[in-house]
Design a protein around this ligand. Structure first.
Ligand code: SF4
Length: 144
């Protein structure tokens, strides 16, 4: 659903307007089931721009998954930088011991969820408001 999400489009716009020279420096990388908007191939660094004004663990999880996929394709030694233009902050994310099994556990949990006959009940969380799947998850809910 991300390709037509206004939330994703807004984040992309912030990334493009805040760092206008990065299109020349970094490449877009599509590999496996992921697409990294800004990849510094020379230094093996993923740059992920977040429009959020709050750092979330989900942001770290996202880039850890990207690193995992890159490793699966033989690209080792990758790090990531989460960039928060609104907060003027950056966070370096590195691959650590145990991350391999952690990511595999996430994938297993997702596969188990997908294999269920019924969709689990909605857990309303504040993060839902900025999630690109909001319309999908809340389509049958009363607006609040
Ligand atoms: S909107 Fe749906 S997918 Fe997004 S965080 Fe909420 S429950 Fe999860």
């Amino acid at each position: 659903m991300e390709h037509n999400s206004e939330v994703v489009a807004e984040g992309k716009l912030i990334g493009e307007t805040t760092y206008q020279d990065r299109a020349q420096k970094y490449t877009e990388l599509q590999i496996g089931n992921i697409k990294i908007d800004y990849y510094d191939a020379k230094n093996k660094v993923i740059h992920e721009v977040k429009k959020s004004d709050k750092a979330e663990y989900a942001h770290i999880a996202q880039v850890k998954y990207y690193m995992y996929v890159l490793q699966q394709h033989g690209i080792e030694g990758v790090t990531a930088i989460l960039e928060y233009p609104k907060m003027r902050q950056k966070q370096v994310v590195e691959w650590e011991d145990g991350d391999d099994s952690m990511v595999q556990e996430w994938m297993k949990a997702i596969q188990d969820l997908i294999a269920q006959d019924n969709c689990p009940p909605l857990k309303k969380k504040s993060i839902c408001r900025s999630c690109s799947y909001y319309d999908f998850c809340y389509s049958g809910e009363d607006p609040e």
